[in-house]
Design a protein around this ligand. Structure first.
Ligand SMILES: [Fe+2]
Length: 164
């Protein structure tokens, strides 16, 4: 996916190629963050079975942080002169998340699915963070902050999995 840059000059001392590369990496990650937020709500709604209430509420807690993360990433793109691209088709075509099962989900199935989706978003976020290193420390710092929150949520949700 190609990021559109605005015509306004960026009022910071970023390396010449940095805005384009930073924005492209962040826009790629944005598709996963938006896709993840849709999946968390899908699981939140269709959950069935034991531990319903705690997992139902936990999924919304994760969602709040994922939505905040997608907003922060999108606004960082615009801040450094790019256009954020959260269009539904971009999310469908560029998100690294796979298919999501339709209909009702058992609690264990939902936990496994959402852990897998969180892990995929984290993997891509870590690749994004590595690409940002040396290009723009502030964008990299944002990526690190978002990753710390997502990784903690992954641990908290993984701890709900019934692996006995
Ligand atoms: Fe709800």
């Amino acid at each position: 996916m190609t990021t559109v840059l605005t015509t306004e000059p960026v009022p910071f001392d970023l390396p010449r190629e940095a805005p384009q590369q930073v924005c492209e990496n962040l826009n790629q990650w944005l598709t996963d963050l938006i896709g993840l937020s849709l999946r968390l709500k899908q699981a939140h709604w269709n959950l069935r079975g034991p531990r319903f209430k705690s997992v139902h509420e936990q999924l919304d807690e994760i969602l709040a942080d994922v939505r905040k993360a997608s907003d922060d990433v999108a606004e960082r793109i615009v801040t450094i002169g790019g256009a954020a691209d959260g269009r539904p088709r971009q999310v469908a075509e560029h998100s690294s998340l796979g298919s999501f099962p339709p209909g009702q989900l058992g609690v264990d199935q939902a936990v496994e699915q959402c852990c897998s989706d969180l892990a995929a978003t984290i993997r891509r976020g870590r690749a994004c963070q590595a690409a940002l290193a040396g290009l723009d420390a502030v964008s990299e710092g944002l990526a690190i902050d978002v990753l710390a929150a997502l990784e903690k949520h992954h641990w908290l949700l993984r701890s709900q999995a019934d692996r006995t």
